[in-house]
Ligand binder design. Structure first.
Ligand code: GDP
Length: 299
Protein backbone atom coordinates (compact mmCIF):
# COMPACT_ATOMS: atom_id res chain seq x y z
CA UNK A 1 0.00 0.00 0.00
CA UNK A 2 2.85 2.40 0.80
CA UNK A 3 4.42 1.87 -2.62
CA UNK A 4 1.06 2.27 -4.33
CA UNK A 5 0.50 5.45 -2.39
CA UNK A 6 3.97 6.77 -3.19
CA UNK A 7 3.53 5.99 -6.87
CA UNK A 8 0.03 7.32 -7.24
CA UNK A 9 0.77 10.35 -5.11
CA UNK A 10 2.90 11.70 -7.91
CA UNK A 11 -0.10 11.84 -10.19
CA UNK A 12 -2.61 12.59 -7.49
CA UNK A 13 -0.41 15.44 -6.26
CA UNK A 14 -1.52 17.41 -9.26
CA UNK A 15 -5.08 16.39 -8.45
CA UNK A 16 -4.93 17.24 -4.73
CA UNK A 17 -3.03 20.46 -5.36
CA UNK A 18 -5.64 21.37 -7.94
CA UNK A 19 -8.42 20.64 -5.48
CA UNK A 20 -6.69 22.58 -2.73
CA UNK A 21 -6.12 25.62 -4.92
CA UNK A 22 -9.73 25.64 -6.11
CA UNK A 23 -11.22 25.23 -2.68
CA UNK A 24 -9.14 27.57 -0.60
CA UNK A 25 -11.85 29.78 0.85
CA UNK A 26 -14.12 29.47 -2.08
CA UNK A 27 -17.75 28.88 -2.53
CA UNK A 28 -19.02 25.91 -4.41
CA UNK A 29 -20.47 27.78 -7.36
CA UNK A 30 -20.80 26.90 -11.03
CA UNK A 31 -17.29 28.08 -11.78
CA UNK A 32 -15.56 26.03 -9.06
CA UNK A 33 -17.59 22.96 -10.01
CA UNK A 34 -16.53 23.34 -13.61
CA UNK A 35 -12.88 23.75 -12.61
CA UNK A 36 -13.12 20.65 -10.45
CA UNK A 37 -14.74 18.64 -13.22
CA UNK A 38 -11.88 19.68 -15.53
CA UNK A 39 -9.13 18.49 -13.19
CA UNK A 40 -10.93 15.20 -12.56
CA UNK A 41 -11.17 14.61 -16.31
CA UNK A 42 -7.51 15.58 -16.73
CA UNK A 43 -6.68 12.95 -14.10
CA UNK A 44 -8.27 10.40 -16.49
CA UNK A 45 -11.17 9.52 -14.17
CA UNK A 46 -13.58 9.79 -17.08
CA UNK A 47 -16.44 12.19 -17.78
CA UNK A 48 -19.13 10.04 -16.13
CA UNK A 49 -17.29 9.72 -12.80
CA UNK A 50 -16.22 13.38 -12.87
CA UNK A 51 -19.88 14.38 -13.29
CA UNK A 52 -21.09 12.08 -10.52
CA UNK A 53 -18.53 13.55 -8.13
CA UNK A 54 -19.36 17.17 -8.92
CA UNK A 55 -23.11 16.45 -8.72
CA UNK A 56 -22.71 14.79 -5.35
CA UNK A 57 -20.70 17.76 -4.12
CA UNK A 58 -23.20 20.28 -5.36
CA UNK A 59 -26.05 18.46 -3.65
CA UNK A 60 -26.88 20.47 -0.52
CA UNK A 61 -23.64 22.46 -0.65
CA UNK A 62 -24.23 24.75 -3.57
CA UNK A 63 -23.09 28.32 -2.85
CA UNK A 64 -21.62 27.27 0.49
CA UNK A 65 -17.97 27.27 1.46
CA UNK A 66 -16.35 23.86 1.23
CA UNK A 67 -12.89 22.59 2.22
CA UNK A 68 -10.42 20.71 0.04
CA UNK A 69 -10.53 17.96 2.64
CA UNK A 70 -14.26 17.49 2.14
CA UNK A 71 -13.80 17.36 -1.63
CA UNK A 72 -11.05 14.76 -1.35
CA UNK A 73 -13.19 12.64 0.93
CA UNK A 74 -16.09 12.60 -1.51
CA UNK A 75 -13.65 11.90 -4.35
CA UNK A 76 -12.26 8.90 -2.45
CA UNK A 77 -15.75 7.61 -1.68
CA UNK A 78 -16.94 7.93 -5.24
CA UNK A 79 -13.81 6.28 -6.69
CA UNK A 80 -14.24 3.45 -4.21
CA UNK A 81 -17.90 3.08 -5.25
CA UNK A 82 -16.83 2.63 -8.86
CA UNK A 83 -13.99 0.23 -8.07
CA UNK A 84 -15.55 -1.88 -5.34
CA UNK A 85 -17.62 -4.12 -7.67
CA UNK A 86 -14.60 -4.86 -9.91
CA UNK A 87 -12.06 -5.54 -7.15
CA UNK A 88 -12.21 -9.33 -7.43
CA UNK A 89 -9.51 -11.84 -6.52
CA UNK A 90 -8.28 -14.10 -9.32
CA UNK A 91 -9.59 -17.59 -8.74
CA UNK A 92 -7.45 -20.28 -10.35
CA UNK A 93 -8.92 -23.11 -8.29
CA UNK A 94 -11.77 -23.81 -10.67
CA UNK A 95 -11.25 -27.54 -10.94
CA UNK A 96 -9.62 -27.29 -14.36
CA UNK A 97 -6.32 -29.10 -14.65
CA UNK A 98 -4.51 -27.40 -16.18
CA UNK A 99 -6.12 -24.03 -15.63
CA UNK A 100 -5.01 -22.20 -18.77
CA UNK A 101 -4.20 -18.49 -18.41
CA UNK A 102 -3.54 -16.40 -21.52
CA UNK A 103 -1.64 -13.18 -20.84
CA UNK A 104 -2.33 -10.43 -23.38
CA UNK A 105 -1.39 -6.76 -23.69
CA UNK A 106 0.68 -4.26 -25.60
CA UNK A 107 4.45 -4.87 -25.57
CA UNK A 108 6.11 -3.28 -22.59
CA UNK A 109 2.99 -3.23 -20.39
CA UNK A 110 4.39 -5.98 -18.16
CA UNK A 111 3.02 -9.32 -19.44
CA UNK A 112 6.19 -11.32 -18.95
CA UNK A 113 6.97 -9.76 -15.58
CA UNK A 114 3.42 -10.37 -14.36
CA UNK A 115 3.64 -14.01 -15.46
CA UNK A 116 6.85 -14.30 -13.43
CA UNK A 117 5.23 -12.76 -10.36
CA UNK A 118 2.16 -14.99 -10.72
CA UNK A 119 4.36 -18.04 -11.15
CA UNK A 120 6.12 -17.20 -7.90
CA UNK A 121 2.82 -16.71 -6.07
CA UNK A 122 1.39 -19.99 -7.37
CA UNK A 123 4.57 -21.92 -6.59
CA UNK A 124 4.43 -20.66 -3.01
CA UNK A 125 0.89 -22.09 -2.82
CA UNK A 126 2.32 -25.47 -3.81
CA UNK A 127 0.96 -25.44 -7.35
CA UNK A 128 2.73 -26.94 -10.33
CA UNK A 129 3.19 -24.16 -12.87
CA UNK A 130 4.22 -24.17 -16.53
CA UNK A 131 5.17 -21.10 -18.57
CA UNK A 132 4.86 -20.84 -22.37
CA UNK A 133 7.01 -18.25 -24.15
CA UNK A 134 4.39 -17.27 -26.72
CA UNK A 135 6.03 -13.95 -27.60
CA UNK A 136 8.16 -15.77 -30.15
CA UNK A 137 9.08 -12.56 -31.99
CA UNK A 138 11.38 -11.18 -29.35
CA UNK A 139 14.39 -13.19 -28.20
CA UNK A 140 14.57 -11.00 -25.09
CA UNK A 141 11.01 -11.91 -24.09
CA UNK A 142 11.79 -15.63 -24.39
CA UNK A 143 15.00 -15.21 -22.37
CA UNK A 144 13.20 -13.23 -19.69
CA UNK A 145 10.54 -15.90 -19.33
CA UNK A 146 13.20 -18.60 -19.00
CA UNK A 147 14.81 -16.62 -16.18
CA UNK A 148 11.44 -16.35 -14.41
CA UNK A 149 10.98 -20.11 -14.87
CA UNK A 150 14.35 -20.77 -13.22
CA UNK A 151 13.60 -18.40 -10.36
CA UNK A 152 10.18 -19.82 -9.60
CA UNK A 153 10.79 -23.49 -10.39
CA UNK A 154 8.35 -23.60 -13.30
CA UNK A 155 8.93 -25.53 -16.53
CA UNK A 156 9.23 -23.26 -19.57
CA UNK A 157 8.10 -24.18 -23.06
CA UNK A 158 10.04 -22.10 -25.59
CA UNK A 159 11.04 -22.19 -29.24
CA UNK A 160 13.48 -20.29 -31.41
CA UNK A 161 12.74 -16.70 -32.31
CA UNK A 162 10.24 -16.43 -35.14
CA UNK A 163 8.60 -19.78 -34.44
CA UNK A 164 4.83 -20.13 -34.79
CA UNK A 165 3.24 -18.97 -31.52
CA UNK A 166 0.07 -21.03 -32.02
CA UNK A 167 2.14 -24.19 -32.52
CA UNK A 168 3.98 -23.44 -29.32
CA UNK A 169 0.72 -22.86 -27.43
CA UNK A 170 -0.61 -26.19 -28.74
CA UNK A 171 2.49 -28.04 -27.51
CA UNK A 172 2.37 -26.24 -24.16
CA UNK A 173 -1.23 -27.30 -23.49
CA UNK A 174 -0.40 -30.87 -24.51
CA UNK A 175 2.61 -31.04 -22.20
CA UNK A 176 0.73 -29.38 -19.37
CA UNK A 177 -1.96 -32.08 -19.60
CA UNK A 178 0.61 -34.87 -19.83
CA UNK A 179 2.70 -33.64 -16.90
CA UNK A 180 -0.19 -32.85 -14.55
CA UNK A 181 0.36 -29.10 -14.43
CA UNK A 182 -2.03 -27.06 -12.24
CA UNK A 183 -1.68 -23.72 -13.98
CA UNK A 184 -0.33 -22.99 -17.48
CA UNK A 185 0.59 -19.33 -18.05
CA UNK A 186 0.91 -18.44 -21.74
CA UNK A 187 2.75 -15.27 -22.75
CA UNK A 188 1.86 -13.58 -26.07
CA UNK A 189 3.18 -10.88 -28.38
CA UNK A 190 1.59 -7.44 -28.26
CA UNK A 191 2.56 -5.65 -31.42
CA UNK A 192 -0.16 -3.09 -31.90
CA UNK A 193 1.57 -1.64 -34.98
CA UNK A 194 -0.13 -4.24 -37.09
CA UNK A 195 -3.50 -4.76 -35.57
CA UNK A 196 -4.88 -7.33 -38.00
CA UNK A 197 -1.78 -9.49 -37.63
CA UNK A 198 -2.08 -9.30 -33.86
CA UNK A 199 -5.75 -10.27 -34.00
CA UNK A 200 -5.06 -13.17 -36.32
CA UNK A 201 -2.27 -14.48 -34.15
CA UNK A 202 -4.18 -14.22 -30.87
CA UNK A 203 -7.27 -15.80 -32.37
CA UNK A 204 -5.20 -18.61 -33.81
CA UNK A 205 -3.60 -19.24 -30.41
CA UNK A 206 -7.04 -19.39 -28.79
CA UNK A 207 -8.31 -21.77 -31.50
CA UNK A 208 -5.49 -24.25 -31.03
CA UNK A 209 -5.86 -24.15 -27.24
CA UNK A 210 -9.56 -24.98 -27.66
CA UNK A 211 -8.76 -27.94 -29.87
CA UNK A 212 -7.45 -29.74 -26.80
CA UNK A 213 -9.42 -28.06 -24.02
CA UNK A 214 -12.66 -26.59 -25.43
CA UNK A 215 -13.41 -24.35 -22.43
CA UNK A 216 -9.86 -22.93 -22.33
CA UNK A 217 -8.34 -20.39 -21.97
CA UNK A 218 -10.12 -20.27 -18.64
CA UNK A 219 -8.63 -16.89 -17.82
CA UNK A 220 -7.48 -14.12 -20.17
CA UNK A 221 -5.56 -11.41 -18.34
CA UNK A 222 -4.85 -8.01 -19.89
CA UNK A 223 -1.93 -6.02 -18.53
CA UNK A 224 -2.32 -2.24 -18.58
CA UNK A 225 0.57 0.11 -17.91
CA UNK A 226 -0.58 2.74 -15.39
CA UNK A 227 1.67 5.34 -16.98
CA UNK A 228 -0.19 5.15 -20.31
CA UNK A 229 -3.26 7.25 -19.51
CA UNK A 230 -6.18 7.42 -21.94
CA UNK A 231 -4.75 4.91 -24.42
CA UNK A 232 -5.43 2.12 -21.92
CA UNK A 233 -9.14 2.46 -22.72
CA UNK A 234 -8.49 1.59 -26.37
CA UNK A 235 -6.37 -1.36 -25.30
CA UNK A 236 -9.22 -2.74 -23.20
CA UNK A 237 -11.55 -2.44 -26.18
CA UNK A 238 -9.18 -3.99 -28.73
CA UNK A 239 -8.01 -6.92 -26.60
CA UNK A 240 -11.52 -7.41 -25.25
CA UNK A 241 -12.80 -7.93 -28.78
CA UNK A 242 -9.93 -10.07 -30.00
CA UNK A 243 -9.16 -12.21 -26.99
CA UNK A 244 -12.21 -12.09 -24.68
CA UNK A 245 -10.39 -10.55 -21.72
CA UNK A 246 -11.71 -11.86 -18.37
CA UNK A 247 -9.72 -9.62 -16.04
CA UNK A 248 -7.18 -6.81 -15.69
CA UNK A 249 -3.80 -6.28 -14.07
CA UNK A 250 -2.58 -2.69 -13.79
CA UNK A 251 1.21 -2.51 -13.70
CA UNK A 252 3.78 0.17 -12.80
CA UNK A 253 1.70 1.83 -10.12
CA UNK A 254 4.97 2.45 -8.31
CA UNK A 255 6.16 4.83 -11.04
CA UNK A 256 4.87 8.16 -12.28
CA UNK A 257 1.44 6.68 -12.42
CA UNK A 258 -1.73 8.01 -13.95
CA UNK A 259 -3.84 5.33 -12.32
CA UNK A 260 -7.00 7.42 -12.70
CA UNK A 261 -7.69 5.69 -16.00
CA UNK A 262 -8.59 2.53 -14.10
CA UNK A 263 -11.62 4.38 -12.74
CA UNK A 264 -12.79 5.33 -16.25
CA UNK A 265 -12.19 1.77 -17.50
CA UNK A 266 -14.08 0.24 -14.58
CA UNK A 267 -17.02 2.64 -14.92
CA UNK A 268 -17.25 1.83 -18.63
CA UNK A 269 -16.43 -1.89 -18.86
CA UNK A 270 -16.87 -3.35 -15.38
CA UNK A 271 -14.11 -5.92 -15.96
CA UNK A 272 -12.66 -7.53 -12.82
CA UNK A 273 -9.39 -5.97 -11.65
CA UNK A 274 -7.31 -8.70 -10.02
CA UNK A 275 -3.86 -7.32 -9.29
CA UNK A 276 -1.66 -4.26 -9.33
CA UNK A 277 2.06 -4.25 -10.11
CA UNK A 278 4.14 -2.10 -7.76
CA UNK A 279 7.69 -2.92 -8.89
CA UNK A 280 9.84 -5.21 -11.00
CA UNK A 281 10.52 -7.84 -8.34
CA UNK A 282 8.95 -11.23 -7.73
CA UNK A 283 6.83 -10.06 -4.80
CA UNK A 284 5.69 -6.81 -6.38
CA UNK A 285 2.21 -8.03 -7.32
CA UNK A 286 -0.60 -7.16 -4.93
CA UNK A 287 -4.29 -8.05 -4.90
CA UNK A 288 -6.34 -5.07 -6.00
CA UNK A 289 -8.06 -3.17 -3.19
CA UNK A 290 -10.68 -0.57 -4.15
CA UNK A 291 -10.34 1.27 -0.85
CA UNK A 292 -6.56 1.56 -0.91
CA UNK A 293 -6.57 2.62 -4.55
CA UNK A 294 -9.25 5.25 -3.92
CA UNK A 295 -7.36 6.63 -0.93
CA UNK A 296 -4.11 6.78 -2.93
CA UNK A 297 -5.86 8.63 -5.79
CA UNK A 298 -7.53 11.16 -3.51
CA UNK A 299 -4.19 11.87 -1.81
P1 GDP B 1 5.87 -7.20 -21.84
O1 GDP B 1 6.54 -6.69 -23.09
O2 GDP B 1 4.42 -6.84 -21.82
O3 GDP B 1 6.11 -8.64 -21.56
O4 GDP B 1 6.50 -6.35 -20.63
P2 GDP B 1 7.66 -6.77 -19.62
O5 GDP B 1 7.14 -7.75 -18.63
O6 GDP B 1 8.87 -7.15 -20.38
O7 GDP B 1 7.87 -5.40 -18.85
C1 GDP B 1 8.39 -4.25 -19.48
C2 GDP B 1 9.22 -3.46 -18.47
O8 GDP B 1 8.39 -2.99 -17.42
C3 GDP B 1 10.30 -4.31 -17.79
O9 GDP B 1 11.45 -3.51 -17.65
C4 GDP B 1 9.70 -4.65 -16.44
O10 GDP B 1 10.68 -4.87 -15.45
C5 GDP B 1 8.88 -3.41 -16.15
N1 GDP B 1 7.74 -3.65 -15.25
C6 GDP B 1 6.75 -4.57 -15.35
N2 GDP B 1 5.87 -4.46 -14.34
C7 GDP B 1 6.28 -3.43 -13.56
C8 GDP B 1 5.79 -2.79 -12.35
O11 GDP B 1 4.75 -3.14 -11.77
N3 GDP B 1 6.53 -1.73 -11.88
C9 GDP B 1 7.67 -1.32 -12.50
N4 GDP B 1 8.32 -0.26 -11.96
N5 GDP B 1 8.15 -1.87 -13.62
C10 GDP B 1 7.48 -2.92 -14.15
Amino acid sequence: FQRLKAGLSRSSNALTEGITSIFTKRKLDAETLEELEDILIQADLGVATAMTITERLADGRYNKEISGEEVRQILAEEVENVLEPVALPLNLDTGHKPHVVLMVGVNGTGKTTTIGKLSSKLASEGKKVMLAAGDTFRAAAVEQLKIWGDRTGADVIARDTGADAAGLAFDAVKQAIETDVDVLLIDTAGRLQNRSELMDELQKIIRVIKKQVPEAPHTVLLTLDATTGQNALNQVEIFGKVAGVTGLVMTKLDGTARGGILVAISAKHGLPVHFIGVGEGMDDLEPFSAKEFAQAIAG
